[in-house]
Design a protein around this ligand. Structure first.
Ligand code: ASP
Length: 448
């Protein structure tokens, strides 16, 4: 049997949900269905999850929230009417949202309860619709399904005991429709995964029921070798490994949540990225191992919003514990690091600059000066990271040379190079302003 997950654009309106119904009908193996909340219907439209966040914030700040509630209900009403399902479901959804608004707990937990109603309502609507077109479908709540998560609102992680419970679902009759994006803690508190986390639910269910395939339906025909917003009509990737996908989704390949690979990977379940708007296209298959092809680089990922902190100290290489003490300061300040390239007398720590406020920067820099007695410390913001990814990198000669030539052809200065120990990727740090030129040149070198 297969697990099929439908993302926000696939459930954005009635027309899309009708396509979803046809996809489910066309393959009786599609027994477990996971859904996102309604996404954007057109460029510039609001995602349901963002609308619910606005609603929750207005409600809990004692602002006038009625307007936001009506906007949310209007979107659901449009979908319900378009599908011509029994409109009792409208009242059920409204009650669910009102109950979530009244939820108790910390602010983060209360917001999680509200955010989760997007996926929850989507699952209820889809299950009603599938029944109306003659399929036996059942809505099932993540708690009943056995999705037990850590108590980290907005960033929950699956707990290992979930999988046995989920396995018992494989005997259930009919099609089970499960809302994505959230689970319940051991003591019954709702908690959501990080944003985009319905992919994670799909993968958990696929691993739990030991599905033969996890299909992830989105709005593109495949995963592309490079960001299509930078290079127009880039080549498609037909097959890639979990490791390659992990490296690509880390830096900007947003088709699939990076945390979602883990459960499928552990059970070696192939993941297929497919297009709801073109379900006959073969899509991109993510597998444990693939045949070595002549292409050693499968894709080039890139992302902006990085920051680097550089420290130098003469004879740093002889100072036992220097790296640990530096990283300890990051740990104390709650900043996770992404890369840490080092030289004999210097070291850089690369991290996302989202949470590195000017106040945090001052604390970190002062502590480094004070506790590590460094010669220099400097911060570089507005960095972009480019990852050249492929399992073939490990035994191909000349990839770095090809990449650096591409940077020099584009007249782009490389600020940092790091070849991960896994040798699945090569990382380059450059100024964010140079990103498009660099990517275009790399694409020409590796794929044209
Ligand atoms: N609706 C959630 C979000 O927008 C989760 C998801 O769509 O996967 O982040």
């Amino acid at each position: 049997m297969k697990v099929a997950k439908f993302g926000g654009s696939s459930v954005a309106n009635a027309e899309q949900l009708i396509k979803v119904g046809n996809i489910i009908k066309s393959d009786p193996k599609r027994k477990f269905i996971v859904v996102s909340a309604p996404g954007k219907r057109f460029a510039g439209d609001a995602k349901m999850t963002d609308m619910l966040i606005q609603l929750g914030e207005a409600f809990h700040n004692d602002d006038d929230y009625e307007l936001y509630l009506s906007a949310v209900m209007a979107r659901f009403s449009e979908i319900i009417e378009g599908l011509r399902v029994n409109d009792d479901i409208y009242a059920e959804i409204e009650t669910g949202i009102k109950m979530a608004l009244a939820a108790k707990g910390s602010m983060e937990s209360k917001m999680d309860a509200i955010k989760a109603t997007g996926e929850d309502s989507s699952a209820k609507i889809l299950s009603a619709y599938l029944n109306s077109v003659g399929l036996s479908a059942y809505y099932i709540n993540p708690q009943e399904a056995g999705i037990i998560v850590s108590d980290e609102p907005g960033n929950a992680r699956i707990l290992p005991e979930s999988f046995d419970k989920i396995y018992s679902l494989h005997n259930e009759e009919g099609i089970l429709v499960i809302p994505g994006f959230f689970g319940y803690t051991k003591d019954g508190k709702l908690a959501t995964f990080s944003r985009g986390g319905s992919d994670i639910t799909g993968s958990i269910i696929a691993a739990g029921v030991k599905a033969e395939m996890y299909e992830n339906f989105t709005d593109v025909d495949s995963v592309y070798t490079v960001n299509p917003n930078i290079v127009s009509h880039p080549k498609e990737i037909t097959t890639l490994t979990y490791k390659e996908m992990r490296e690509l989704s880390y830096a900007g390949f947003s088709v699939f949540h990076d945390e979602a690979l883990i459960p499928a990977f552990r059970e070696k379940i192939p993941v297929c990225i497919k297009n709801t708007n073109n379900p006959d296209a073969p899509g991109t298959l993510i597998v444990a191992e693939k045949e070595t092809s002549e292409k050693c680089v499968v894709g080039i990922a890139s992302d902006t919003g990085f920051c680097s902190l550089y420290v130098s100290k003469f004879l740093m290489n002889r100072e036992v514990g220097f790296g640990r003490k530096l990283l300890n300061i990051f740990e104390d300040e709650g900043i996770s690091f992404e890369h840490a390239p080092s030289g004999i007398d210097d070291m850089s720590v690369i991290f996302r600059d989202k949470k590195f406020t000017p106040e945090k920067e001052k604390v970190v820099v002062d502590r480094i000066k004070e506790e590590l007695k460094v010669d220099t410390v400097s911060i570089h913001r507005d960095l972009a990271v480019i990852m050249v990814v492929g399992e073939g990198l490990v035994n191909t000669i000349g990839v770095a040379q090809k990449a650096t030539t591409a940077f020099s052809n584009a007249n782009v200065n490389i600020e940092m190079i790091n070849q991960g120990s896994s040798e699945v990727s090569m990382m380059f740090g450059i100024q964010a302003a140079d990103l498009n030129d660099a990517i275009q040149s790399l694409y020409t070198s590796f794929f044209s």
